[in-house]
Design a protein around this ligand. Structure first.
Ligand code: FES
Ligand SMILES: [Fe+2]
Length: 373
Protein backbone atom coordinates (compact mmCIF):
# COMPACT_ATOMS: atom_id res chain seq x y z
CA UNK A 1 0.00 0.00 0.00
CA UNK A 2 1.20 3.49 -0.85
CA UNK A 3 0.89 6.99 0.48
CA UNK A 4 0.77 10.01 -1.86
CA UNK A 5 -2.21 9.00 -4.00
CA UNK A 6 -5.90 9.91 -4.08
CA UNK A 7 -8.13 7.37 -2.34
CA UNK A 8 -11.94 7.15 -2.23
CA UNK A 9 -13.07 7.77 1.35
CA UNK A 10 -16.86 7.58 1.02
CA UNK A 11 -19.68 8.29 -1.42
CA UNK A 12 -20.99 11.86 -1.49
CA UNK A 13 -24.53 10.71 -0.69
CA UNK A 14 -23.34 8.90 2.45
CA UNK A 15 -21.99 12.10 3.95
CA UNK A 16 -24.87 14.09 5.34
CA UNK A 17 -24.23 17.47 6.91
CA UNK A 18 -23.68 17.24 10.68
CA UNK A 19 -23.24 13.46 10.53
CA UNK A 20 -19.54 12.59 10.75
CA UNK A 21 -18.52 9.33 9.21
CA UNK A 22 -15.66 6.96 9.90
CA UNK A 23 -13.70 5.40 7.07
CA UNK A 24 -10.74 3.02 7.25
CA UNK A 25 -8.02 2.97 4.61
CA UNK A 26 -4.40 1.92 4.55
CA UNK A 27 -5.00 0.31 7.94
CA UNK A 28 -5.88 3.68 9.53
CA UNK A 29 -9.13 5.32 10.67
CA UNK A 30 -10.29 8.71 9.35
CA UNK A 31 -13.19 10.97 10.17
CA UNK A 32 -15.04 12.65 7.30
CA UNK A 33 -17.42 15.55 7.84
CA UNK A 34 -18.98 18.48 5.96
CA UNK A 35 -18.64 22.08 7.07
CA UNK A 36 -21.38 24.69 6.81
CA UNK A 37 -20.44 25.33 3.14
CA UNK A 38 -20.93 21.63 2.45
CA UNK A 39 -17.19 21.14 1.92
CA UNK A 40 -16.00 17.74 3.02
CA UNK A 41 -12.96 17.39 5.30
CA UNK A 42 -10.90 14.31 6.07
CA UNK A 43 -8.90 14.13 9.31
CA UNK A 44 -7.21 11.44 11.31
CA UNK A 45 -9.92 9.93 13.53
CA UNK A 46 -7.71 9.90 16.62
CA UNK A 47 -8.02 12.84 18.99
CA UNK A 48 -4.56 13.85 20.17
CA UNK A 49 -5.79 14.41 23.73
CA UNK A 50 -6.45 10.85 24.84
CA UNK A 51 -7.44 8.96 21.73
CA UNK A 52 -11.17 9.71 21.37
CA UNK A 53 -12.69 8.72 18.05
CA UNK A 54 -13.69 11.97 16.35
CA UNK A 55 -16.14 10.17 14.07
CA UNK A 56 -18.19 9.32 17.16
CA UNK A 57 -18.38 13.02 18.03
CA UNK A 58 -20.48 15.90 16.72
CA UNK A 59 -20.17 18.44 13.94
CA UNK A 60 -20.49 21.90 15.48
CA UNK A 61 -20.53 24.57 12.77
CA UNK A 62 -17.31 24.09 10.81
CA UNK A 63 -15.66 21.94 13.45
CA UNK A 64 -15.71 18.38 14.66
CA UNK A 65 -15.94 17.93 18.42
CA UNK A 66 -14.42 14.93 20.16
CA UNK A 67 -17.03 12.95 22.12
CA UNK A 68 -14.68 12.38 25.07
CA UNK A 69 -13.80 15.86 26.43
CA UNK A 70 -15.15 18.14 23.74
CA UNK A 71 -11.97 19.34 22.02
CA UNK A 72 -13.00 20.96 18.74
CA UNK A 73 -10.96 20.67 15.54
CA UNK A 74 -11.42 22.74 12.40
CA UNK A 75 -11.28 21.39 8.83
CA UNK A 76 -7.50 21.81 8.79
CA UNK A 77 -7.21 19.61 11.86
CA UNK A 78 -6.24 22.48 14.17
CA UNK A 79 -7.73 22.36 17.64
CA UNK A 80 -9.70 25.59 18.13
CA UNK A 81 -11.19 24.89 21.55
CA UNK A 82 -10.26 22.90 24.65
CA UNK A 83 -13.28 23.37 26.96
CA UNK A 84 -11.37 22.44 30.14
CA UNK A 85 -8.87 25.28 29.48
CA UNK A 86 -11.56 27.94 29.58
CA UNK A 87 -10.34 31.07 27.75
CA UNK A 88 -6.79 29.78 27.28
CA UNK A 89 -5.54 28.96 23.80
CA UNK A 90 -5.18 25.26 22.96
CA UNK A 91 -1.56 24.06 22.95
CA UNK A 92 0.21 24.39 19.58
CA UNK A 93 0.59 20.64 19.15
CA UNK A 94 -3.17 20.17 19.51
CA UNK A 95 -3.66 19.26 15.85
CA UNK A 96 -4.72 16.13 14.05
CA UNK A 97 -3.61 15.20 10.55
CA UNK A 98 -5.82 16.59 7.81
CA UNK A 99 -5.76 15.61 4.16
CA UNK A 100 -6.54 17.39 0.89
CA UNK A 101 -9.99 16.50 -0.45
CA UNK A 102 -11.73 16.46 -3.83
CA UNK A 103 -15.37 15.55 -4.39
CA UNK A 104 -15.97 14.13 -7.87
CA UNK A 105 -18.04 11.44 -9.60
CA UNK A 106 -20.23 11.19 -6.48
CA UNK A 107 -17.21 10.22 -4.38
CA UNK A 108 -15.18 12.02 -1.71
CA UNK A 109 -11.48 11.45 -2.37
CA UNK A 110 -8.64 12.22 0.03
CA UNK A 111 -5.00 12.62 -0.83
CA UNK A 112 -3.40 10.37 1.76
CA UNK A 113 0.12 11.70 1.77
CA UNK A 114 2.16 14.84 2.24
CA UNK A 115 3.33 15.98 -1.20
CA UNK A 116 2.80 19.65 -2.02
CA UNK A 117 -0.05 20.26 -4.44
CA UNK A 118 2.14 20.75 -7.54
CA UNK A 119 3.84 17.38 -7.04
CA UNK A 120 0.77 15.25 -6.35
CA UNK A 121 -0.17 12.48 -8.77
CA UNK A 122 -3.54 13.61 -10.18
CA UNK A 123 -6.91 12.04 -9.48
CA UNK A 124 -7.98 10.25 -12.67
CA UNK A 125 -9.99 12.56 -14.94
CA UNK A 126 -13.11 10.97 -16.46
CA UNK A 127 -13.54 13.33 -19.39
CA UNK A 128 -16.92 12.00 -20.53
CA UNK A 129 -18.45 12.13 -17.03
CA UNK A 130 -20.75 15.11 -17.66
CA UNK A 131 -21.15 14.51 -21.38
CA UNK A 132 -24.84 14.00 -22.30
CA UNK A 133 -23.76 11.35 -24.83
CA UNK A 134 -22.89 9.17 -21.84
CA UNK A 135 -24.97 7.81 -18.99
CA UNK A 136 -23.80 6.55 -15.63
CA UNK A 137 -25.82 4.46 -13.25
CA UNK A 138 -25.42 4.61 -9.50
CA UNK A 139 -22.00 3.67 -8.14
CA UNK A 140 -21.63 -0.04 -7.48
CA UNK A 141 -20.02 -0.65 -4.09
CA UNK A 142 -18.05 -3.81 -3.56
CA UNK A 143 -16.20 -5.03 -0.49
CA UNK A 144 -13.82 -7.90 -1.05
CA UNK A 145 -11.73 -10.13 1.16
CA UNK A 146 -8.66 -9.61 -0.94
CA UNK A 147 -5.60 -7.39 -1.15
CA UNK A 148 -6.21 -4.48 -3.52
CA UNK A 149 -3.08 -5.11 -5.62
CA UNK A 150 -4.43 -8.58 -6.44
CA UNK A 151 -7.65 -6.93 -7.59
CA UNK A 152 -5.77 -4.35 -9.66
CA UNK A 153 -3.69 -7.04 -11.32
CA UNK A 154 -6.83 -8.98 -12.17
CA UNK A 155 -8.25 -5.91 -13.89
CA UNK A 156 -5.26 -5.42 -16.19
CA UNK A 157 -4.86 -9.14 -16.90
CA UNK A 158 -6.04 -9.72 -20.49
CA UNK A 159 -5.77 -13.52 -20.38
CA UNK A 160 -8.23 -14.39 -17.60
CA UNK A 161 -11.37 -13.42 -19.48
CA UNK A 162 -12.15 -16.59 -21.35
CA UNK A 163 -11.78 -18.68 -18.18
CA UNK A 164 -13.36 -16.44 -15.56
CA UNK A 165 -16.01 -14.90 -17.82
CA UNK A 166 -17.06 -17.75 -20.13
CA UNK A 167 -20.05 -15.81 -21.45
CA UNK A 168 -17.60 -13.44 -23.11
CA UNK A 169 -16.30 -16.21 -25.35
CA UNK A 170 -12.61 -16.22 -26.13
CA UNK A 171 -11.81 -13.03 -28.02
CA UNK A 172 -8.50 -13.29 -29.87
CA UNK A 173 -6.39 -10.20 -30.55
CA UNK A 174 -6.11 -9.08 -34.16
CA UNK A 175 -2.50 -9.54 -35.24
CA UNK A 176 -0.52 -6.33 -34.88
CA UNK A 177 -3.31 -4.43 -33.11
CA UNK A 178 -2.17 -4.86 -29.52
CA UNK A 179 -0.33 -2.00 -27.87
CA UNK A 180 0.86 -1.34 -24.34
CA UNK A 181 0.17 2.35 -23.66
CA UNK A 182 1.89 4.15 -20.81
CA UNK A 183 1.28 7.39 -18.94
CA UNK A 184 3.42 8.96 -16.20
CA UNK A 185 1.20 7.20 -13.65
CA UNK A 186 0.17 3.97 -15.29
CA UNK A 187 0.31 1.33 -17.97
CA UNK A 188 -2.00 -1.14 -19.65
CA UNK A 189 -2.98 -2.93 -22.83
CA UNK A 190 -5.24 -2.09 -25.74
CA UNK A 191 -6.21 -4.03 -28.84
CA UNK A 192 -8.77 -5.02 -31.45
CA UNK A 193 -10.29 -8.44 -31.13
CA UNK A 194 -12.02 -11.04 -33.22
CA UNK A 195 -14.63 -12.73 -31.14
CA UNK A 196 -14.71 -16.47 -31.39
CA UNK A 197 -17.21 -18.76 -29.75
CA UNK A 198 -19.08 -16.04 -27.90
CA UNK A 199 -22.01 -17.19 -25.83
CA UNK A 200 -23.21 -13.70 -24.97
CA UNK A 201 -26.72 -12.99 -26.08
CA UNK A 202 -27.83 -9.51 -27.07
CA UNK A 203 -30.14 -9.07 -24.13
CA UNK A 204 -28.04 -6.22 -22.74
CA UNK A 205 -27.43 -4.70 -26.17
CA UNK A 206 -23.76 -5.53 -25.90
CA UNK A 207 -23.33 -8.25 -28.50
CA UNK A 208 -20.14 -7.44 -30.30
CA UNK A 209 -19.62 -6.57 -33.92
CA UNK A 210 -16.10 -7.75 -34.64
CA UNK A 211 -15.50 -4.85 -37.02
CA UNK A 212 -15.49 -2.59 -33.99
CA UNK A 213 -14.66 -4.79 -31.03
CA UNK A 214 -11.80 -3.24 -29.17
CA UNK A 215 -10.88 -3.09 -25.55
CA UNK A 216 -8.30 -1.48 -23.35
CA UNK A 217 -7.51 -1.70 -19.70
CA UNK A 218 -4.94 0.15 -17.63
CA UNK A 219 -4.09 1.34 -14.17
CA UNK A 220 -3.65 4.91 -12.98
CA UNK A 221 -1.59 4.99 -9.81
CA UNK A 222 -1.69 1.91 -7.63
CA UNK A 223 -5.46 1.90 -7.06
CA UNK A 224 -7.46 3.17 -10.06
CA UNK A 225 -8.41 0.73 -12.75
CA UNK A 226 -9.86 1.72 -16.10
CA UNK A 227 -11.49 -0.54 -18.69
CA UNK A 228 -12.95 0.63 -21.99
CA UNK A 229 -14.83 -1.77 -24.24
CA UNK A 230 -16.39 -0.93 -27.59
CA UNK A 231 -18.73 -3.70 -28.69
CA UNK A 232 -19.96 -2.11 -31.89
CA UNK A 233 -20.40 1.31 -33.42
CA UNK A 234 -21.57 3.81 -30.76
CA UNK A 235 -21.79 1.09 -28.13
CA UNK A 236 -19.11 1.46 -25.50
CA UNK A 237 -18.79 0.77 -21.82
CA UNK A 238 -16.30 2.67 -19.72
CA UNK A 239 -15.59 1.28 -16.28
CA UNK A 240 -13.66 3.03 -13.53
CA UNK A 241 -12.80 1.20 -10.36
CA UNK A 242 -11.49 3.40 -7.58
CA UNK A 243 -10.04 0.97 -5.09
CA UNK A 244 -9.67 1.67 -1.38
CA UNK A 245 -7.30 -0.70 0.43
CA UNK A 246 -8.96 -0.98 3.85
CA UNK A 247 -5.96 -2.91 5.12
CA UNK A 248 -3.75 -5.72 3.88
CA UNK A 249 -6.64 -8.18 3.51
CA UNK A 250 -9.71 -6.19 2.51
CA UNK A 251 -10.61 -3.83 -0.29
CA UNK A 252 -13.54 -1.56 -0.93
CA UNK A 253 -14.24 -0.70 -4.56
CA UNK A 254 -16.20 2.28 -5.88
CA UNK A 255 -17.25 1.18 -9.35
CA UNK A 256 -18.27 4.02 -11.68
CA UNK A 257 -19.75 2.85 -14.96
CA UNK A 258 -20.59 4.90 -18.05
CA UNK A 259 -22.19 3.76 -21.28
CA UNK A 260 -22.77 5.35 -24.66
CA UNK A 261 -25.90 3.35 -25.54
CA UNK A 262 -29.35 2.74 -24.07
CA UNK A 263 -29.06 6.07 -22.34
CA UNK A 264 -32.51 6.01 -20.76
CA UNK A 265 -32.59 5.48 -17.00
CA UNK A 266 -34.96 2.52 -17.52
CA UNK A 267 -31.89 0.57 -18.70
CA UNK A 268 -29.81 1.33 -15.61
CA UNK A 269 -30.80 -1.70 -13.61
CA UNK A 270 -30.19 -4.19 -16.41
CA UNK A 271 -26.76 -2.80 -17.22
CA UNK A 272 -25.93 -2.58 -13.54
CA UNK A 273 -26.93 -6.22 -13.02
CA UNK A 274 -24.76 -7.30 -15.95
CA UNK A 275 -21.81 -5.48 -14.39
CA UNK A 276 -22.46 -6.97 -10.97
CA UNK A 277 -22.66 -10.45 -12.48
CA UNK A 278 -19.32 -10.16 -14.30
CA UNK A 279 -17.65 -8.59 -11.27
CA UNK A 280 -18.93 -11.46 -9.13
CA UNK A 281 -17.04 -13.86 -11.37
CA UNK A 282 -13.83 -11.96 -10.65
CA UNK A 283 -14.54 -11.79 -6.92
CA UNK A 284 -14.91 -15.55 -6.64
CA UNK A 285 -11.34 -15.88 -7.94
CA UNK A 286 -9.86 -12.97 -5.99
CA UNK A 287 -11.18 -14.04 -2.60
CA UNK A 288 -9.53 -17.43 -3.01
CA UNK A 289 -6.05 -16.43 -4.15
CA UNK A 290 -3.18 -17.62 -2.02
CA UNK A 291 -1.19 -16.01 -0.57
CA UNK A 292 -3.55 -13.13 0.10
CA UNK A 293 -0.91 -10.54 -0.71
CA UNK A 294 1.28 -10.69 -3.77
CA UNK A 295 4.54 -12.52 -3.01
CA UNK A 296 7.46 -10.24 -2.23
CA UNK A 297 9.61 -11.50 -5.10
CA UNK A 298 8.56 -12.18 -8.66
CA UNK A 299 10.26 -15.59 -8.74
CA UNK A 300 7.77 -16.96 -6.24
CA UNK A 301 5.25 -17.03 -9.10
CA UNK A 302 5.71 -18.52 -12.57
CA UNK A 303 5.10 -15.52 -14.79
CA UNK A 304 4.87 -15.91 -18.58
CA UNK A 305 4.70 -13.40 -21.47
CA UNK A 306 0.91 -13.17 -21.01
CA UNK A 307 1.61 -11.55 -17.62
CA UNK A 308 3.43 -8.61 -19.17
CA UNK A 309 0.88 -6.03 -17.93
CA UNK A 310 1.21 -7.37 -14.38
CA UNK A 311 4.98 -6.96 -14.52
CA UNK A 312 4.66 -3.37 -15.71
CA UNK A 313 2.25 -2.60 -12.86
CA UNK A 314 4.78 -4.01 -10.42
CA UNK A 315 7.53 -1.89 -12.03
CA UNK A 316 5.44 1.20 -11.25
CA UNK A 317 4.94 0.00 -7.67
CA UNK A 318 8.69 -0.49 -7.35
CA UNK A 319 9.27 3.04 -8.59
CA UNK A 320 6.87 4.44 -5.94
CA UNK A 321 8.60 2.29 -3.34
CA UNK A 322 11.95 3.80 -4.31
CA UNK A 323 10.42 7.25 -3.65
CA UNK A 324 9.64 6.14 -0.09
CA UNK A 325 5.86 5.92 -0.57
CA UNK A 326 5.31 2.28 0.31
CA UNK A 327 3.82 1.42 3.69
CA UNK A 328 5.57 -1.31 5.56
CA UNK A 329 2.36 -3.18 6.24
CA UNK A 330 3.93 -5.93 8.31
CA UNK A 331 5.43 -3.39 10.69
CA UNK A 332 2.20 -1.39 10.84
CA UNK A 333 0.36 -4.55 11.82
CA UNK A 334 2.92 -5.33 14.50
CA UNK A 335 2.34 -1.85 15.95
CA UNK A 336 -1.41 -1.76 15.56
CA UNK A 337 -3.17 -0.11 18.42
CA UNK A 338 0.06 1.55 19.42
CA UNK A 339 1.39 3.89 16.75
CA UNK A 340 -1.06 3.85 13.83
CA UNK A 341 -2.68 7.20 14.71
CA UNK A 342 -2.38 8.44 11.16
CA UNK A 343 -0.59 7.41 8.01
CA UNK A 344 3.14 8.00 8.32
CA UNK A 345 3.76 11.13 6.30
CA UNK A 346 7.10 12.66 7.27
CA UNK A 347 6.08 16.19 6.25
CA UNK A 348 3.25 16.13 8.81
CA UNK A 349 5.56 15.91 11.78
CA UNK A 350 4.03 19.03 13.35
CA UNK A 351 0.76 17.25 13.96
CA UNK A 352 -0.09 15.70 17.30
CA UNK A 353 -0.72 12.45 15.44
CA UNK A 354 2.97 12.25 14.56
CA UNK A 355 4.91 9.53 16.34
CA UNK A 356 8.64 9.10 16.36
CA UNK A 357 8.62 5.61 14.98
CA UNK A 358 6.36 6.57 12.08
CA UNK A 359 9.20 6.86 9.58
CA UNK A 360 10.18 3.19 9.70
CA UNK A 361 6.58 2.39 8.75
CA UNK A 362 7.54 3.40 5.23
CA UNK A 363 9.40 0.68 3.37
CA UNK A 364 12.81 1.63 2.07
CA UNK A 365 13.24 -0.78 -0.81
CA UNK A 366 11.44 -2.53 -3.56
CA UNK A 367 10.04 -5.95 -2.68
CA UNK A 368 9.96 -5.10 1.00
CA UNK A 369 7.88 -6.72 3.70
CA UNK A 370 4.62 -4.97 2.80
CA UNK A 371 3.81 -7.64 0.24
CA UNK A 372 5.07 -10.64 2.19
CA UNK A 373 2.17 -12.90 3.06
S1 FES B 1 -9.83 12.38 23.98
FE1 FES B 1 -10.66 13.85 22.68
S2 FES B 1 -11.11 15.50 23.97
FE2 FES B 1 -10.20 14.06 25.30
FE1 LIG C 1 -12.46 -10.09 -14.96
Amino acid sequence: MYINFWYPICRSDELAQSEPLRSKLLGTQYVVFRDTDDQPHVLSDTCVHRGGSLSKGKVIGDRIACPYHGWQYDGEGKCALVPSLGDKKPPGRAKVDSYPVQEKYGIVFAFLGDLPEAERPPLYEIEEYDDPAWREHEIIMLELDCFYERSMENGIDPIHNEFVHPAQGSPQPVAGSVSYPETPWGSGVHGNYTETGTKRSDKHGMKADTTFLNAGTWHHGPNTLITWITFKKDTSLHQYLFEAPIDGDRTKIYFVNLRSFRLGPENDERIRNANVYVTGEDISILENLYPVRTPATRVRELLTPGDQTILRYRDFLDDWTSRGWRLDWKRMQANQGDVAYAIPSPARNKSGNWVLDAVPLLAAESGSVDSAA
